[in-house]
Design a protein. Sequence first.
Length: 256
Amino acid sequence: MSTADRLFDSISVRLERIPKVASLAIGVGLLQLCATTTIAAAHFQEGRDSLDALAIALVLAGPAALVAIRRAPVAVLAATTAIALTYWALDYPRAPVTLASVVAFVNAVLSGRRIAAWTTLGVAWVGFTWLPSIVGNADAPPVGKALGVAVWLVLLAAAAEIVRAKIERHHERECARRQQEEARAGQERLRIARELHDVLAHNISLINVQAGVALHLIDERRAGARRAVGDQGREQGGAGRAALGARRPAPNRRAA
């Protein structure tokens, strides 16, 4: 990983930690910037319509729409582009009213809405280049100006695509790292399970051996007890017969 990739990864991690209120802060900042620069630019541009309530509303509407950029990126992109094109077509003093649509375009690309983003980019190129001459009294733009707008839009799109590719690469590296950690954890659990199995198998084998020895000893003691009981029985039987023989009267030989 190069130094630039590591720097971008650290920036990406910090950007992902930005809370959702950041969209509100960005909208408020652009609103103030657009309003200030538009009012300032109106004093140095002659031959264009002066700022009125509609112009101020259009200048403020674009940044205000960024509040919903996380929930509806495509809708916000369409709304900010339409607002900027309307301001441009009405021939108001030229000002950075496109900043909100630029932010919405980059967000749409980064959030995966690339088809909608590139389609809006083409519409914006046609609108910013030829719409004032179609709906107003402006002259058709020269080829150089049209190409310049196209180059600027292509550079914007390329920068957004590069950032998107960097973010996707960062996410892929993070996924690979998490998979490696999970694989290592699984191998560690498997090793512990194998060791536990070996210990249990060894203990069960010892229990079986001890049980076998105990049964063998019990059988031997039971056989010895049986022999002892038999011997004692025979001894007591012999003693009883001897006692009975001693008490039996002697046979009368005279009678015979």
